[in-house]
Write a protein that binds this ligand. Structure first.
Ligand SMILES: Nc1ncnc2c1ncn2[C@@H]1O[C@H](COP(=O)(O)OP(=O)(O)OP(=O)(O)O)[C@@H](O)[C@H]1O
Ligand SMILES: [Mg+2]
Length: 144
């Protein structure tokens, strides 16, 4: 994937979800999607759209269990949420690493700022979601 930045404004949660669904066509096994954005920005909403593209219908916030595993059409998605773990202890970091290092799935990480840099490897896409108003969001994607 060549390096580029995509900017998109959405005006409703449904639009963010559809955007995720379309964006998912660029994703393949082994890639890691890092999601940044404040509480309620729309990270899970976007994730829902990505998952829908692979035939996965139920996407819940994994805040309490940290990782949800979904099996879609020919692909697994690991949905990781690090909201409650601003500082990963070594053991938890190792567990999260096992998911991130797995090339047989797409990995999506909410609160990616809490992921230690040394865990990252492989193809990474960073997505920032900014709240503009109650229903408007700016989505900024950096592919590298
Ligand atoms: N354009 C929009 N895109 C996405 N969500 C929107 C938009 N407009 C309003 N919303 C609302 O914002 C909220 C987004 O919630 P969501 O759970 O996706 O956020 P999140 O970033 O995952 O939050 P958290 O940090 O708690 O995990 C929902 O209540 C949704 O209805
Ligand atoms: Mg969320």
């Amino acid at each position: 994937m060549t390096s580029e930045t995509i900017r998109e404004q959405t005006d409703s949660p449904e639009e963010t979800e559809r955007f995720g669904e379309t964006f998912a066509k660029k994703l393949h096994n082994g890639m890691t999607v890092l999601l940044f954005g404040e509480l309620g920005a729309g990270k899970t909403t976007l994730t829902r759209g990505i998952c829908r593209a692979f035939g996965i219908g139920i996407v819940k916030s994994p805040s309490f269990v940290m990782v949800n595993i979904y099996s879609g059409q020919g692909i697994d998605i690991y949905h990781i949420d690090l909201y409650r773990v601003p500082e990963l202890d070594a053991e938890t970091a190792g567990e999260i690493g096992e998911y991130i290092w797995n090339d047989d799935a797409i990995k999506i990480v909410e609160w990616a700022e809490n992921l230690p840099d040394d865990i990252l490897s492989g193809e990474i896409v960073s997505i920032k979601i900014k709240r503009i108003s109650d229903n408007e969001r700016e989505i900024i994607i950096e592919e590298n």
